[in-house]
Write a protein that binds this ligand. Structure first.
Ligand code: IFM
Length: 800
C-alpha cells in the first residue's frame, strides 16, 4: 500500500493518505530549538536539550499525541475539523489532505466542507522559536464564518521525566497569563522574585497569535479539552469559545481562538508562534510577524536555500528514481539529522541520552563529508578532543564535554555519571575512516598536524591522536594477540569478555594501520612505517590463521577460548560484519572475499536486506550473547540490522559486484518499500535501526526511525561504493560499481571548491571497470584525476 510519493523537484516527500501505519516524522530547527513533527502534527519541541528543555509534551509509545494542533470550525454549521487529519480525524471520504515533509519545514494542506487550509510548520534558520503559519481559503460559493483555534500542550517542567512522573510536584509549579495576543506560561514563577532555590530558575514560555485578533483563549488544558473529551473533540472547539480560563496549578496549555469571515474565494493568513522567552524577547518575536505572509515567505526561502544548498553539493541522475531520491535528498538529509541530533530526540529516543556515543558520532560524520566537509571538520575536532590520552575513546561524550578536563572510564566518577563501565574495543578505531575521508574530500592535509587536546588532559597532533588509537588496541591485546573485546565492539550485545577477541575489531585495526601508513608516508615517518608494516603483517597473519573457516570469517573468540560464529555452531554460525569488513579492511584475498560474500548472500540475504547473523540465538546462546534477550529475527538477534547494509554494499562495490551491491541497496532502501509501506511501517524516506526478519510473523517491519548510523553507512556505501567516488589526498578516483543495466548516469559533485559534472557511460552493460576517462577533453591514463588537473568547472566522461 502506498501513502505518499517523492517530489524530487521540491525535495519533499508528500503524504497523500494521512492514515499512515506509523507517525511519519520530520525534523525542524536545531538542537538550539528542536522540533519533531509527524504527518498528523504530533510531536514535541525543546530548547537546547530534549531531556532538560522540553516545552511541548508528547506521550511516547502511544498514538502520536498531542501535537501542534490547529482546529477549524464552521460557526454556522458548528462542524469542526483539524488542519492536520488528526486529531479530529474526519472521514477520509470527505476530508482530503496532503502533508509535505521538506528540508527543515513541513506543511499540510487540507480540504473539507468547502474550506481549504494550508499550515506550514517551521523553525526559522538560526532562531529559537517555531511558527505555524496558516492560510485559510473559502473555496465555496457562499460567505463563511469560521473560527480558527491553535492548541499547544506545554510541559509543566523543562525536564521531560519530571513532567511525566513527578506529578505531586510539577502539577503545582505552573500558571498561565493572557497577554493580549498570547498565552504566557510561567514555571516556578516566584523564583524570579525571591531567592533562587537549589539553583532553580523561572521559565517563561509563550504561544502567540500574529496576523489576527484573539477572540477567546485558554491556558488550562482541562478547561480547553474538557473532561471526558480529548484532542479530537475539545469542548473549547465544540463550543466555539475557549472559555478564557487560565491555569493555576494543574496542566497548562496554550489555546487561542480567532474568528474570521471569508467571502467566496477569499483567503486569510495568520500565524501561531511558540517559544521559551522572556516578555521582551517574546514581544520582539511577535512583532516580527506583523506581516505574516512576507515574513514566513522569507523565512521559508531561507530554510530552503540553506538545506538545498548543502544537498546540491552532490546530486545524481541515475536510471533508478528511488536511488536518486535517497542519495540526492532523503538519505543525505537524514545524514545531516543524525549528524546534528545524534540519538537525542525522535519518537523512539525520548531525549534522555545525555551525550554523544563515540562510535555513533564518529560514524555519523562520514555521511556529510561529501556534502559539508567544513561541518565535518568541526565535529572531528570535537571527537578527537574526546579521545583519552591512552588512545581510547570516551564511550559517551557528554553534551557539556570539557576537553582536557574529563574523567575517563578508569574513574568511578565517569562510570557513575554516564553509566558506561568500561572502554569499548572499537570506539577510537572509527576515527581512521572518518579522518581519512575528510582529508581526502577536502584536501586539507594540514589537518594531520593540527594540535588537539585529549579528553583528560595533554594534547597532540591529529597524527599523534591516531597513533595513540593504534597504541590503545596494541596495549589491549587478547589471548590470540588480536584486540581484546573489552566491554563490547560495534555490536553492543556481544560481550566476549575483557580478554575475548572480536574479528570485526581486528579487521578495523588492520584497516586503521593501512590508513595511518598513508599519513606516515605523508610525514615521511619511515620508522613508524616500518613499525606499522610489522604489526600489520603479524595481525593479518593471526586473523587469517585464527578466524578464517572455509568460506567465512568467524565472529571472534570468547575469553575462555570458545569460538563464536563457527559454521559448525547450531545457531549464529554466520555473521555479516566480519565478511564485509574482511573486504573493506583489505585483509581478505580475492578468493576469500568472493567466498565470504557468496556465503553472506546464500545464508543471510532476505527480501528486506541482509541479516546481522543467523540463525538467531534461541537455545544455544553463550553467556554474554545479550541479543538472546530479543525475540528471534529482531535487532542484533538475527534481525536485519540496517547499519551493516551500508558495509555490505560497500564491500560488494569494492569487489566490482555492481549488481549485488545494488541488490542489497534495493532490498534495504526505505524508498523501495514506498508501495508496500504497510509492511515496513516506518517512513519510506528514512532508514530505521533494523527490520524484522524471517523468524518474525512481521517480516519486513522496520523500527527506530531517523536517528541511526545507517544513514551514514548506506550513504558511504552508495557514494564511495556504487557511484565509485573515491577521493584520496591527491585527487579523485572514479570507480563505479553499478547494475549492469545502467547504461548511463550523471553526477554533479563539488570537490575542493571545483564543480565536477561527471557522465558515466556504460554501453556494454558492465558492472564495474573502466575503458577511458576524459577530463575537459583530455584523456587520463587511468580512472584517476589528480586534483591539479581540475579547472573551476569540469566536464568529465568515464566510459565503463
Ligand atoms: O553499534 C551500536 C550502536 O552504537 C548503538 N546501537 C546499536 C548498534 C549495534 O549494536
Amino acid at each position: 500500500m502506498r501513502y505518499g510519493y517523492f517530489d524530487e523537484a521540491n525535495k519533499e516527500y508528500v503524504i497523500d493518505r494521512p492514515d499512515t501505519p506509523a507517525p511519519w516524522a520530520n525534523y525542524l530547527g536545531s538542537p538550539e530549538y528542536g522540533a519533531i513533527i509527524s504527518n498528523n502534527a504530533g510531536g514535541y519541541s525543546f530548547v537546547k536539550s530534549g531531556a532538560n528543555g522540553r516545552i511541548l509534551r508528547y506521550i511516547f509509545n502511544s498514538f502520536d499525541q498531542p501535537g501542534r494542533y490547529i482546529y477549524l470550525r464552521d460557526n454556522d454549521s458548528k462542524d469542526y475539523w483539524s488542519a492536520s487529519w488528526q486529531p479530529v480525524g474526519k472521514d477520509l471520504d470527505s476530508y482530503k489532505s496532503e502533508c509535505h515533509h521538506g528540508t527543515g519545514y513541513t506543511y499540510m494542506n487540507a480540504e473539507y466542507a468547502g474550506i481549504k487550509s494550508s499550515v506550514l510548520y517551521y523553525v526559522p534558520l538560526d532562531k529559537t522559536h517555531e511558527v505555524w503559519k496558516l492560510k485559510v481559503t473559502n473555496d465555496s460559493d457562499k460567505p463563511r464564518n469560521l473560527s480558527v483555534f491553535g492548541y499547544c500542550e506545554f510541559t509543566n517542567d523543562n525536564n521531560y521525566e519530571q513532567d511525566q512522573v513527578n506529578l505531586q510536584y510539577t502539577l503545582f509549579i505552573t500558571r498561565t497569563y493572557f497577554m493580549g495576543n498570547r498565552i504566557k506560561q510561567v514555571i516556578n514563577e516566584n523564583v524570579n522574585k525571591g531567592a533562587a532555590i537549589n539553583g532553580s530558575v523561572a521559565f517563561t514560555r509563550f504561544f502567540g497569535l500574529a496576523g489576527a485578533e484573539v477572540a477567546s483563549y485558554a491556558g488550562d488544558k482541562e478547561a480547553f479539552l474538557g473532561r471526558y473529551h480529548g484532542y479530537g473533540n475539545p469542548v473549547g472547539v465544540e463550543n466555539g469559545d475557549c472559555g478564557n480560563c487560565l491555569n493555576y496549578n494543574g496542566n497548562a496549555c496554550g489555546a487561542l481562538e480567532t474568528k474570521i469571515t471569508l467571502a467566496p474565494g477569499e483567503s486569510k493568513e495568520l500565524a501561531f508562534v511558540l517559544g521559551m522567552k522572556n516578555d521582551a524577547e517574546t514581544e520582539a518575536v511577535m512583532n516580527s510577524y506583523a506581516d505574516v505572509h512576507a515574513q514566513s515567505e522569507a523565512e521559508l526561502a531561507e530554510l530552503k536555500e540553506y538545506w538545498h544548498g548543502k544537498l546540491n553539493h552532490f546530486q545524481v541522475k541515475t536510471p533508478s528514481e528511488s536511488f536518486n531520491a535517497m542519495i540526492n535528498t532523503w538519505n543525505a538529509y537524514q545524514c545531516f539529522m543524525t549528524f546534528i541530533w545524534s540519538r537525542a530526540a525522535s519518537f523512539s529516543y525520548c531525549g534522555l541520552r545525555n551525550g554523544y556515543g563515540y562510535r555513533d558520532t564518529v560514524q555519523d560524520i562520514q555521511g556529510v563529508i561529501h556534502l559539508a566537509p567544513e561541518m565535518a571538520l568541526d565535529k572531528i575536532r570535537f571527537m578527537l578532543s574526546a579521545q583519552v590520552d591512552n588512545g581510547g575513546g570516551l564511550p559517551l561524550v557528554k553534551f557539556d564535554h570539557n576537553a582536557g578536563h574529563e574523567d575517563t572510564p578508569d574513574d568511578e566518577s565517569y562510570v557513575r555519571a554516564t553509566g558506561h563501565p568500561a572502554y569499548r574495543a572499537d570506539d577510537a578505531l572509527w576515527l581512521f575512516p572518518t579522518v581519512y575521508k575528510y582529508i581526502a574530500e577536502s584536501g586539507n592535509t594540514d589537518f594531520i598536524d593540527e594540535v588537539i587536546l585529549f579528553a583528560n588532559g595533554g594534547e597532540g597532533t591529529v597524527y599523534e591522536h591516531l597513533k595513540r588509537a593504534i597504541d590503545f588496541s596494541m596495549n589491549h591485546l587478547g589471548n590470540n594477540r588480536m584486540p581484546a573485546g573489552l566491554h563490547a565492539d560495534w555490536n553492543d550485545c556481544l560481550r566476549l569478555g575483557k580478554q575475548g577477541e572480536s574479528t570485526f575489531v581486528a579487521m578495523q585495526l588492520y584497516y586503521a594501520m593501512s590508513v595511518l601508513r598513508i599519513f606516515a608516508e605523508q610525514k615521511n615517518d619511515t620508522e613508524y612505517i616500518a613499525y606499522l608494516d610489522k604489526i600489520q603483517k603479524e595481525l593479518g597473519d593471526i586473523i587469517q590463521t585464527k578466524c578464517w573457516e572455509d568460506d567465512r570469517y568467524i565472529r571472534g573468540y570468547k575469553e575462555d577460548g570458545m569460538i563464536i560464529g563457527s559454521k559448525h555452531d547450531p545457531e549464529a554460525n554466520m555473521w555479516l560484519n566480519p565478511q564485509s569488513w574482511a573486504v573493506i579492511s583489505g585483509l581478505a584475498t580475492k578468493d576469500q572475499a568472493e567466498k565470504a560474500l557468496e556465503s553472506v548472500h546464500r545464508e543471510l540475504n532476505t527480501p528486506y536486506g541482509v541479516r546481522l547473523m543467523a540463525p538467531s540465538y534461541v537455545d544455544h546462546a553463550f553467556e554474554g550473547a545479550l541479543m538472546l534477550l530479543f525475540n528471534p529475527s529482531t535487532k542484533e538477534n538475527g534481525g536485519i540490522f540496517s547499519q551493516p547494509q551500508g558495509w555490505i554494499i560497500l564491500a560488494e562495490s569494492l569487489m566490482g559486484h555492481g549488481n549485488r551491491a545494488f541488490e542489497y541497496f534495493t532490498e534495504s532502501s526505505p524508498a523501495s518499500m514506498n508501495d508496500k509501506a504497510e509492511i515496513r511501517k516506518l517512513e519510506p524516506y528514512c532508514h530505521g535501526q533494523f527490520t524484522e526478519s524471517s523468524d518474525s510473523p512481521f517480516e519486513g517491519r522496520a523500527h527506530v526511525h531517523w536517528l541511526t548510523g545507517t544513514a551514514s553507512t548506506v550513504m558511504v556505501g552508495c557514494v564511495e561504493g556504487i557511484l565509485g567516488m573515491r577521493p584520496d589526498f591527491d585527487g579523485l578516483r572514479i570507480a563505479p560499481s553499478v547494475p549492469s543495466d545502467w547504461k548511463e548516469f550523471e553526477i554533479n559533485k563539488d570537490f575542493r571548491g571545483k564543480k565536477l559534472h561527471i557522465v558515466v557511460k556504460n554501453p556494454n552493460g558492465a558492472e564495474s571497470g573502466y575503458k577511458s576517462l576524459v577530463v575537459n577533453g583530455k584523456e587520463m591514463s587511468d580512472n584517476y584525476i589528480a586534483a591539479s588537473e581540475l579547472a573551476d568547472i569540469n566536464e568529465i566522461i568515464l566510459t565503463m
